[in-house]
Structures are given as C-alpha cells and as structure tokens.
Ligand binder design. Structure first.
Ligand code: FE2
Ligand code: FE2
Length: 286
C-alpha cells in the first residue's frame, strides 16, 4: 500500500511541531520518567500523529519506502538547492513567527561552529533535516518525522506512545515480536531496518560524501529510544556503541539551538557555499 498525499488526515500544523514537542520532552531538568506520561488529552495532535506513525510503520511499509527512495531517482540538486526547496515547506497556520527551515538548519550548524567543532560536523548540522523534503514529495507526516525505531522486532517500551503499536499489522506477526525478531543479536544497526523518515533518507542521499560519525548523526538523530534511553543495545554492535557517542554529541544542537538569535542568511551564505563545495563539489542525486 502506498501512502500518497491526502489519504491521511495530517494532525500537525507543521512537521516542526514534532521537533518542538521533542525539545520540550527533553527540556533540561525534566525527570526522564516524565516522558511516559504523555497522554492524548494533553497533546491531542501529537498523540494523533504518533497513533498514525505507530500504526503504519510496519516492516513491509519500510521495505517499500527503502525500495522507492533507495535508488535516488528524485532528481539532482545541490545541497543549497535542496535547502531552498525545503524552505517552500511553510507553516500555513503561522507563517510569520515560525523560523524558516533554513534558519533552523543554520541555527543548528552555527551553534556547532561556535563550539569549535570540525567543518564536517558543522555541515552535518546544516543538512540534518533536509530529508524533510519527503513532505514535498507527498509523504504523510508520520512517514517523515517522529521518533524512529527498528521494525521487524519487538518494540521497546522506551518508544513514546508504545501502546499505539497494538494497531500495527506487525503486532500480529509472531516472528517480528521476539526481542531480536528477524535480526541476529548485536548484528549492527546497518542491518536493521528503521522506521522510514527524514533521517534514513538524508543518510542515503549524502553517505558517500561525509565521514562515518556524520552518517551516524544523520541516520539516527531521531532514534531517541537508543541514544537517550539506551534501548535496543541487543541489536547494536560494539562499533555502533562507539559511534553513538557522536549521535549524542549532535543531539543538543538539534534540540536546543532554536532559541538562538535569527541567523543572517545573507551574511552566512558565502561561508556555507564554501563549506558545501568542500564536501559536495557537484549536485547530488536525491
Ligand atoms: Fe530531524
Ligand atoms: Fe532538526
């Protein structure tokens, strides 16, 4: 079944509403047990979003999307062109006050730059959400954003709104409901199919151009159950464990850079054009 545009009621005013929700969830000083206490009444549109996500992200759906997008047939674009394309995704309910997509990317990357991290790390901050162009291809919100999780094995209760998985068709496949499911213990995350979304897509588009820590940051930045809650270690290799230090290093820049002052696109653009040219000398396939 293909999930085209318009088939699903889109519960969020904008996909960034999910990002804001996650930032609030991990607000500093918040007890980690609190994250289990979200309910439909307090966050109705967020809850509806997760209900759809958990009901539809099955192994079959993920395999279909990996096939559909894995061969990168959506045209050639430079990184900057992709950022401008993503910028056409506006929050219709709130067009003035919301940060543009490029501004969120620049706030993230500028915070990384200000801390003196290497150029590839800054670039990773700038591109990390470009996979949200999936929205512009007509994918429903639940197939673009949301906490990601492995499919084809039991869902950890560290995944928020875990109870909604009961409606997923995989709940009725015994083989997928054991701890390791279709995988070998500690097989490494590269062998594990993750729920489909903007993380996996931007990883696939850019992987040949960036160092491995950057690939991990892009691919697993929404895998909160693992990088925040320590779940799914039974599927991770020793190498994954090492690389997740980088995923954890990246996460605060994604979550907490939004309050920073508005970056000046005009001033920053030449510096970023140089940075992009260093790693992506040519347009790439999307
Ligand atoms: Fe993201
Ligand atoms: Fe982000």
């Amino acid at each position: 079944m293909s999930a085209g545009p318009g088939i699903f009621h889109e519960p969020l005013a904008h996909v960034d509403q999910w990002d804001d929700f996650v930032a609030g969830r991990y607000r500093e000083g918040r007890e980690s047990k609190d994250f289990r206490n979200y309910d439909r009444e307090a966050n109705p549109s967020i809850a509806e979003f997760y209900r759809q996500n958990h009901a539809h992200q099955s192994l079959a759906f993920v395999l279909e999307k990996e096939r559909e997008y894995g061969s990168l047939q959506r045209g050639r674009r430079s990184i900057w062109e992709a950022a401008e394309y993503l910028n056409t995704l506006v929050d219709e309910s709130d067009p003035d006050t919301d940060l543009s997509q490029i501004e969120h990317l620049l706030q993230t990357s500028e915070a990384i730059r200000a801390d003196g991290h290497p150029r590839w790390f800054v670039l990773t901050g700038f591109i990390h959400d470009l996979g949200k162009v999936l929205c512009l291809y007509g994918e429903p919100q639940w197939a673009v954003v949301g906490d990601t999780f492995p499919v084809g094995c039991a869902w950890s209760d560290a995944v928020i709104f875990h109870e909604y998985f009961a409606a997923n068709p995989d709940a009725r496949v015994t083989e997928y409901q054991t701890l390791n499911g279709i995988y070998e213990p500690h097989c490494g995350l590269d062998r594990v199919h993750m729920s489909w979304g903007h993380d996996e897509y931007i990883y696939r588009v850019t992987k040949n151009h960036l160092p491995e820590p950057a690939q991990y940051m892009l691919r697993y930045h929404s895998f909160y159950a693992a990088h925040r809650h320590g779940a799914y270690r039974h599927l991770m290799s020793a190498h994954d464990e090492e690389m997740f230090d980088w995923v954890r290093k990246f996460n605060p820049y994604d979550l907490y850079s939004k309050g920073a002052s508005r970056p000046s696109l005009k001033e920053l653009r030449p510096w970023y054009e140089d940075l992009i040219a260093e790693f992506f000398p040519e347009p790439i396939d999307w």
